[in-house]
Structure formats: C-alpha cells, structure tokens
Design a binder for this molecule. Structure first.
Ligand SMILES: CSC[C@H]1O[C@H](OP(=O)(O)O)[C@H](O)[C@@H]1O
Ligand SMILES: Nc1ncnc2[nH]cnc12
Length: 337
C-alpha cells in the first residue's frame, strides 16, 4: 500500500509550526513524506514521550482529515523485531504536539485517530503519565488499566457519529483485552530489570489542565480509582468507533494531592519521573512492539475481531444520512457504505 500525505479539503492548510521554521524545515526535509507499505501498529506518545528514541525514522506524513489536522506529523519508524528479524513499520504520533504545545482539552483526538486509521493502523499502544491514587502504585510504576471513569466536561468532541448519522458502540471494556494480555506479559518479562507492573486498574480521566483539588482526589480514591490522567478520553472512545484495538500503558509520576506525606503534584515532578524512567519506558514499548510483530499476533494487531462491527452500531438508515456526514464517514471507512 502506498501512503501519501493526504488532504481533505481543497484548501491546503499550513502545517503545525512551533519549532523554529529553520529547525522544522531541516527535520522535515530530511524525511520522505510518503511511505510504501502497511502500518498496522501505532504508538501515541504523551507527556515526556514526544518521540520514540532508538527507532529509525523513515517517513513523516502530513495528513489532513475531515476532522482537521492531527497533533503532529505521523512519523513512520522501522523496527527490527528481536524474535524473527523481520522489519516492521510503526506509526508514531505525539499527542501534545512536537513541543507539547497542545493542552489536554485541545488535543485533536478525532483527527489523530482518523489519520492513524487512514494509513492502515488497527492497533494503538497509547502512553500516558498518570497520577497514582493508590499507595501501592508508586511513582515510576507502570499500570495497564482495564477501566475508565469519565470526568471530562463535555468540551472535547468525542464521536465520529453526529451531524446526521447516529451510532452507538459498546464500551463496557474500554481497552482491548487481547492487546492488554500481550502488554502485561511484556511488562512482567522486564520485572526485576527496573519495571514494576500493575496488571489492572481504573483510570480517572479528568478535564484539566489544572490538577485536581484534594477533595476531588480523595473522592476518586473512594470511587476505586487507581490512577488519573487528562487524556485517555475521548481517545479510547474514538479508537473503539474507528474499530482500532486500543490499550494504554500508564506510568505513574506522582501521588496527585491526596497523599499526606508526599508533596502535591507539579509538572516538574511529572517530568522528573518521566525523564528518570525514560529508559524503562522505551524498553517496555520495544518489548511490546517485538511481541506484537510476531506472526502469531497478526490477526490481533489487524483487529480482525473489531472489523466491520461499526456497521451494526449505526441507528440511522443510510437513506437518511446527510451528505456531509456520509462524505466524512466514507473517508474514515472507505468502501463500508
Ligand atoms: C504534565 S502533567 C499532566 C499531563 O500529563 C498527562 O499527559 P499524557 O496523558 O499525554 O501523558 C496527563 O494526561 C496530562 O495531560
Ligand atoms: N496527578 C495527575 N493528575 C492528572 N494527570 C496527571 N498526569 C500525571 N500526573 C497527573
């Protein structure tokens, strides 16, 4: 499959520029803007993970979607799988932009998920720096969440299905258990080498960008929350609508503000732990990519278990779809309708 940088509207919008124009031009010019091949796996990097070090960058794709421009160009990385020597292509997208210039409530999650799907991505490993709501989840521990509590405030666009087409997808299990199983096995294989892993947990997604009050933090603990961030939603919901298998890997960076004997969370604290644990995060992600690249996981990575499911979630008869909604959904699901 030949992936070209894609445009939705005929008016070409300027590409996101926060790097100095010179730096950006140098970096962009050095990478092709097209990629020949299939890219089923993506990593979304969050706070402290704006690039994936140790992988060779082979392309940088500028994709425009009906829902706007993604947070960053999609970098295509080549990774030689440790188990079979096969080279696999991975897509990488930086959630907060190349310079962490996009606040949690401004992340263009629909554009991010749509752009990834459009280049063939069917599995996403999303990385997040989180506050811990439980004593036993210490700073720098990893958590593979299996549940979410939504504390966003309805200011983030959270569905692809609106403006004339209604759909409802199941979200009882917000993460992909198949991918989670592989991720947990990889995490455990690194235990004793600096990685401590908690197999499950409930993640509270708050609106931010301000951190929680102490009363809120204690309330989230009373609800059974394990960790807290500002970014798992609507990312996970949109991935589900787009038939993409999605799992978040959380790295704890603080005890939020409920803990009586540690200081309240600050950005400095979050960044300090992210930096100090960067090598473990990189080794963890590398192990997961190695495992997912194996032949035995090819159906899982292609999310065959989700393919076509959205057709059963749509409530609006096709004859009643608005032309604009159909155009957008045709872009996201070519050939479905
Ligand atoms: C800088 S602390 C708050 C910030 O960190 C987390 O980011 P991400 O999930 O993208 O790693 C959290 O969700 C907030 O956006
Ligand atoms: N305490 C916290 N609250 C929300 N998001 C976070 N990301 C890292 N620490 C956090």
């Amino acid at each position: 499959m030949r992936i070209l940088s894609r445009s939705y509207s005929s008016i070409s919008k300027p590409f996101f520029r926060i790097e100095s124009p010179k730096q950006l031009a140098r970096r962009m010019a050095s990478l092709p803007t097209t990629y020949d091949g299939s890219v089923p796996i993506a990593v979304i990097g969050g706070t402290g993970l704006r690039e994936l070090p140790g992988f060779s960058q082979v392309a940088s794709l500028n994709i425009e979607t009906p829902w706007g421009t993604p947070s960053s160009p999609i970098t295509i990385l080549h990774h030689e799988c440790k188990h079979n020597g096969k080279t696999v292509a991975i897509a990488f997208l930086s959630r907060h932009g190349p310079h962490h210039q996009i606040a949690p409530h401004e992340v263009p999650a629909r554009a991010n998920i749509a752009a990834l799907r459009s280049i063939g991505v069917r599995s996403i490993i999303a990385f997040s720096a989180v506050g811990s709501l439980q004593e036993e989840i210490k700073p720098r521990d990893f958590v593979i969440p299996d549940q979410v509590i939504d504390r966003t405030k309805g200011v983030r666009p959270w569905t692809f299905f609106e403006g004339g087409v209604v759909a409802h997808v199941p979200f009882g299990d917000p993460f992909d258990e198949g991918i989670a199983k592989v991720v947990r096995e990889c995490g455990h294989s690194l235990e004793g080498e600096g990685v401590t892993l908690h197999d499950r947990g409930t993640i509270i997604c708050m609106e931010g960008p301000q951190f929680s009050t102490r009363a809120e933090s204690k309330m989230y603990r009373s609800w059974g929350g394990s960790v807290i961030n500002m970014s798992v939603l609507p990312e996970a919901k949109l991935a589900r609508e787009a038939e993409i298998a999605y799992q978040m890997i959380c790295m704890s960076t603080d005890y939020d503000c409920w803990h009586e004997s540690t200081a309240d969370v600050t950005v400095e604290m979050v960044m300090g732990h992210m930096k100090a644990n960067a090598d473990n995060a990189r080794r963890f992600i590398t192990a997961v990519l190695d495992a997912l690249a194996g032949e035995e996981h090819s159906e899982l990575v292609q999310a065959k278990h989700l393919a076509g499911g959205i057709k059963f979630g749509v409530s609006t008869p096709q004859t009643s779809w608005s032309a604009e909604a159909k155009k957008k959904l045709d872009w996201l699901f070519p050939g479905y309708w």
